[in-house]
Design a protein around this ligand. Structure first.
Ligand code: ATP
Length: 304
């Protein structure tokens, strides 16, 4: 098997995988296994990492970040989720992996999950395995709750721990402005703070009924009203400056600002491309990194 794969392995494969935002993030009281039940609507947006995997004599990993991405917190050994993905699926082959990161690290945008999904797909194509989608999705779910969505992309509802993913029809082109933070925020720390702030959280997480209706309407104002994130309050309580940023963005013309997932990245929904560009200009006077983005975009895919 190893020999066959080694012979088949061809030229390096690069896979692009998008950042996610949560349009709805309903969080319930922790289950007995410690995980929080989620009911979430993900959207993949046009901020991405590119992961290149090639056959090599020894495993090796290089991580290169865009100017605003602090890659110091990204492990460059077997702990990196891209290497963990390859360790799960490789049959003795070794790989060199290069991650080009645009997605902020520990930013609540599932950058690590995107890299894991990209590595799984790149490995599949590099060795010409062409496994069916459900096999790749199972491998992804074993790696982490957000990894299956990184494969699927678009707009999708996630349940369970987020790993049960169901695509949602979303013909809209929604314009966002993304403001990363220079200092990451640990996802487990935000969940712990959620538990402390809301010990009586419902067993069943809030359902995204309004959000789904707003998406179908295609109206940004309606979507803005329906955005929902149960982790926003704990994230802002841990980092009050995020509340200030959201207020500034809304005062500068955003339809609505919110924390992305567990934060600290904040995202602002705008009324179209022009509105997003105006907000980029407005917020750039005060914040160093302000990025326009559009969603939904495709899940992990091979670059030609
Ligand atoms: P999520 O939104 O899924 O909770 P996040 O976007 O907040 O995740 P990530 O950027 O995925 O956070 O990183 C979380 C931690 O995972 C990092 O602090 C880092 O230690 C570790 N990590 C492992 N592999 C990677 C990777 N390829 N890219 C980024 N972080 C990684």
């Amino acid at each position: 098997m190893v020999e066959v794969r080694a012979q088949r392995a061809s030229k390096p494969v690069t896979v692009r995988a998008a950042a996610k935002i949560n349009l709805h993030l309903g969080v319930g009281r922790p289950r007995e296994d410690g995980f929080h039940p989620l009911d979430t609507v993900y959207q993949a947006i046009s901020l991405h990492d590119d992961v290149t995997v090639s056959a090599a004599a020894e495993d090796a990993l290089t991580v290169v970040g865009a100017g605003y991405v602090d890659v110091d917190g990204v492990p460059t050994d077997a702990a990196n989720i891209a290497m963990r993905a390859l360790a799960e699926v490789a049959c003795g082959e070794r790989h060199h992996v290069r991650i080009g990161k645009q997605i902020p690290v520990a930013g609540g945008m599932a950058g690590g999950s995107a890299d894991g999904a990209a590595a799984l797909l790149a490995h599949d194509r590099l060795h010409d395995l062409r496994q069916p989608d459900d096999v790749l999705l199972e491998q992804a779910a074993r790696l982490g709750s957000d990894v299956p969505f990184s494969l699927v992309g678009g707009t999708a509802r996630g349940r369970g721990r987020g790993e049960v993913v169901e695509p949602i029809e979303d013909p809209g082109a929604w314009w966002w402005v993304v403001v990363p933070s220079t200092v990451g925020l640990s996802t487990p720390a935000v969940y712990r703070h959620f538990d402390a702030m809301f010990p009586d959280a419902p067993e069943q997480p809030a359902e995204p009924t309004e959000l789904l209706a707003a998406l179908a309407s295609g109206e940004p104002v309606r979507l803005a009203r329906a955005l929902h994130n149960d982790l926003e309050e704990p994230a802002i309580d841990l980092r009050p400056e995020l509340g200030t940023l959201i207020e500034r963005g809304q005062a500068a013309g955003a339809l609505r600002g919110t924390v992305s997932g567990s934060g600290p990245t904040c995202v602002f929904l705008c009324d179209g491309r022009e509105g997003a560009m105006e907000l980029v200009a407005g917020l750039s006077e005060e914040y160093d990194v302000v990025l326009p983005a559009v969603g939904p975009v495709a899940g992990a895919h091979v670059l030609a």
